[in-house]
Design a protein around this ligand. Structure first.
Ligand SMILES: NC(=O)c1ccc[n+]([C@@H]2O[C@H](COP(=O)([O-])OP(=O)(O)OC[C@H]3O[C@@H](n4cnc5c(N)ncnc54)[C@H](OP(=O)(O)O)[C@@H]3O)[C@@H](O)[C@H]2O)c1
Length: 250
């Protein structure tokens, strides 16, 4: 399997042109919001694990800039940039990593280009900070959670899996730091979660755990607020680790 960096002349849109068909299912991913903290950290870690990454942004230039930054961090990776709507159609797994205040608007936009069979991995957390409140408090979401809101907006046949809420952007981006933590996956179908786990488990030090149905996202999303409170007190980028689980989870 060969991954070559894309040629990307300054000022031009970087297109994802795969130098070789990456073998196996879901060896490519779109990350909407990968110009930001969590999405970029995830892009870098997945790219380093051999996953072809499409950076989605509201702006072509920012998508290209983030893709170039990721390639600078992981020179032999396959990373490209596109505007959100185009990026959302480019891969079968689409990660959404945007502030809650733009969650609905972003989803409404990308719903036009998503198609049945795709998976949306929603990392969005409805923190009160999205509306000027405290980052250690949650907003009430009528549907129960951001991920359940997402499920209402995406086209029929697109399943939502809530994930990554307890993984720190700073820990992801710092590749010198060894990860050692769990990723809780909430979704209505075991097969969808297994697909997401197969992707995220490619990152060394992450262990995906099936945390139940999508309605559990109400709890997994709120763990971000808890971890922010912990991190402020201990000046850390803490994650979570469940104990007592069997060795084989998938
Ligand atoms: N940071 C963490 O450690 C962490 C951990 C777990 C979960 N989360 C959750 O993951 C999501 C993303 O977090 P983040 O820290 O990566 O956020 P961020 O850096 O503030 O934003 C991520 C990206 O969202 C896009 N975006 C769309 N609408 C926006 C708006 N109105 N204002 C600002 N950016 C907008 C931007 O990309 P373009 O401008 O390129 O479109 C931006 O780069 C949030 O819901 C957060 O609660 C974060």
């Amino acid at each position: 399997m060969v991954h070559r960096p894309l040629a990307h002349p300054p000022g031009r849109t970087i297109r994802v042109i795969y130098s070789a068909r990456v073998s196996g299912p879901d060896s490519s991913v779109t990350i909407i919001g990968a110009s930001g903290a969590l999405g970029f950290g995830l892009a870098v870690r997945l790219a380093a694990a051999g996953v072809a990454v499409t950076v989605g942004s509201r702006d072509h230039g920012r998508a290209n800039e983030a893709a170039a930054r990721a390639l600078a961090a992981v020179p032999h990776a396959t990373v490209g940039g596109m505007e959100n709507a185009e990026a959302a159609a480019a891969n079968e797994i689409v990660v959404l990593s945007v502030p809650f205040r733009s969650h609905h608007e972003t989803l409404t936009q990308i719903a036009n280009t998503m198609h049945a069979g795709q998976l949306l991995v929603d990392a969005t957390v409805p923190l009160a900070a999205a509306v000027g409140g405290k980052p250690t408090r949650m907003l009430g979401v009528w549907q129960g959670s951001a991920a359940q809101q997402a499920q209402e907006i995406v086209p029929d046949g697109v399943a939502v899996v809530a994930a990554l809420h307890t993984v720190s952007a700073a820990a992801l981006e710092d590749r010198a730091r060894a990860l050692d933590e769990d990723v809780l996956l909430a979704g209505d179908r075991r097969a969808d979660k297994a697909r997401v786990a197969a992707l995220l488990n490619r990152i060394d030090g992450l262990r995906c755990v099936d945390a139940g149905r999508l309605e559990m996202a109400r709890i997994t999303e709120s763990l971000t607020a808890l971890l922010i409170a912990v991190n402020v007190r201990h000046k850390a980028h803490a994650g979570i680790r469940l104990t007592g689980l069997p060795d084989t989870l998938w």
